[in-house]
Design a protein around this ligand. Sequence first.
Ligand SMILES: Nc1ncnc2c1ncn2[C@@H]1O[C@H](COP(=O)(O)OP(=O)(O)OP(=O)(O)O)[C@@H](O)[C@H]1O
Ligand SMILES: [Mg+2]
Length: 356
Amino acid sequence: MTGKKISLNGISKRYGDFVAVSDMSLTVEPGEFVSFLGPSGCGKTTTLRMIAGFIMPDSGALKIGDVEVTYLPPNKRDLSFVFQNYALWPHMTVAENIGFGPKLAGLSRADIDKRIRDALSLTALSGLESRFPRQLSGGQQQRVAVARALALGRSVLLMDEPLSNLDRKLRVDMRKELKELQRRLNITTVYVTHDQEEALSMSDRVAVMDRGRIASLAVPEEIYRNPPNEFVASFVGGVNYFNGTLRHVDSSRSFFIADDGLEFHITRRENTPEGTVRLMTRPEWIVLRSGEDKGLNTHPVTVDFIEYLGASRKVSATTETGRKLLIQVHDVDPMSIEVGDRLTFHIAAQNMMLIK
Ligand SMILES: Nc1ncnc2c1ncn2[C@@H]1O[C@H](COP(=O)(O)OP(=O)(O)OP(=O)(O)O)[C@@H](O)[C@H]1O
Ligand SMILES: [Mg+2]
């Protein structure tokens, strides 16, 4: 199987006066895994369903490979779809569910059986072929839905929140399985989720969506580490913002004074303006230290609240200037922290990022 390129060119969809998807353009490369990530109602499903052909766009054009498919029915688009609720046929066995598409396509019995066998083995379902969906666990049903999509032998795989019905542990296992399968098959994939961890861990690129538009499209590290704006920064993780003034010191360093007077040296990056700016840092990029610690980018802080999360602790703290900070302390740190402690925090120069 070789994936085909998907091209969206100015795709829009309105419901009455409401614009659900607005002038969306995007190219998904052959074999690439792209996620649509965003809050409820931002247009993820609508966009995916337009790619699939279940919803017709009001304007714009859509190509799969070199073929314009904007107004073609779903079965003429060389793609398959995995639904959030799996939509398995309850009266068919696992094998019949998987073989239904190939049968409808008029394949020979031998070819249908091979498709079923291959799909079962790819999704680790061999042995369960005669069961009915009601005799399967949620995770197994999810696998059948994927197997059924793969058995169609199409070049593009579209998935709408396929893991959201599973409990957390299974979801985490399945996302690795799905990703490995996708990589092995090299099938072009568009994946809808509102779970940031899922999007970051599975995707080659993530499209963060906001009110029918793409707020940012980039590789996961870039989305998390260097988000272009507040919406993207806050959607994918915890964040602290600093408004203030930036001056360049030399070719590699800049000096930042926050509006509450806190001073930081930060790494100078290309195209960084001087003057009024907004910076951001993630809670886990801040280091808490004992109260005596002094030095560059290190300031006093008082602990207000501690949330124990197992692998880490989320610490709310206030600086002497009255600024509230969110700091994540990983459990590798043996320091005991208590509410009321007067400590210092340190932010490394490369861990303050410019943001709009
Ligand atoms: N058939 C419809 N008629 C009217 N409005 C609709 C219709 N379908 C979707 N919408 C609206 O369009 C917007 C986008 O819906 P969509 O289903 O694409 O959101 P989503 O990003 O998939 O959200 P979720 O994470 O909740 O699934 C929503 O505000 C929704 O209410
Ligand atoms: Mg949806």
